[in-house]
Design a protein. Structure first.
Length: 183
């Protein structure tokens, strides 16, 4: 049984340890996971696999106890049909990375994601952060995007459109194949 689990709550040491202990003791396996802290709030989403229904039931019961004990909000969704294990990008696509840097302002994510959506492109990963303090504060947005091989011609169009966003919002936008991106 495959499931997606989301967990939120006030951040403190030991949350990940407690969650993964419950999974381990239920004979489950942690597959993909992502975790961050947003304004002091712990936020995690992970994919877990359990061998059978009884272990799944045990896992759910133990998570309920942990939810109360640590004052967390936990949501579990069963995955009925599995894609290829570990597959994030659609077949026939090339993953590209959009990196945006600049002064924080409303509408950055909207404008970049709208441009991508209007081009029929799927965002497979999004991370944004405000780094630094005071005058040196910088907004950072990093997106992974699937570009179908048959639509590779879109790249030059997207680069031109990103230049327009750069000028309008005073940002720096880089757009490169994932394999060549340097983090």
């Amino acid at each position: 049984m495959i499931m997606v689990i989301t967990v939120t709550g006030k951040d403190r040491p030991g949350i990940i340890s407690s969650l993964t202990e419950v999974l381990y003791r239920s004979q489950g396996n942690l597959e993909d996971a992502s975790m961050t802290i947003l304004e002091g709030e712990f936020a995690m989403i992970f994919l877990a696999e359990l061998k059978n229904r009884s272990l799944h039931t045990k896992f759910r019961q133990e998570l309920k106890k942990l939810e109360k004990k640590l004052n967390l909000v936990i949501f579990i969704k069963e995955i009925k049909h599995r894609v290829t294990r570990g597959e994030k990008h659609r077949p026939g696509t090339i993953p590209w990375v959009v990196s945006v840097l600049g002064k924080d302002k409303a509408g950055i994510v909207y404008r970049v994601s709208k441009l991508l959506a209007d081009s029929g492109l799927n965002i497979t990963d999004l991370n944004s952060k405000i780094i630094g303090r005071g005058i040196k504060t910088t907004y950072v947005l990093i997106l992974e995007v699937d570009i179908p091989r048959k639509n590779i011609h879109l790249i030059s169009q997207l680069k031109r459109k990103f230049k327009t966003i750069e000028k309008k919002l005073g940002l720096t936008v880089a757009f490169n194949p994932l394999e060549s991106s340097r983090f």
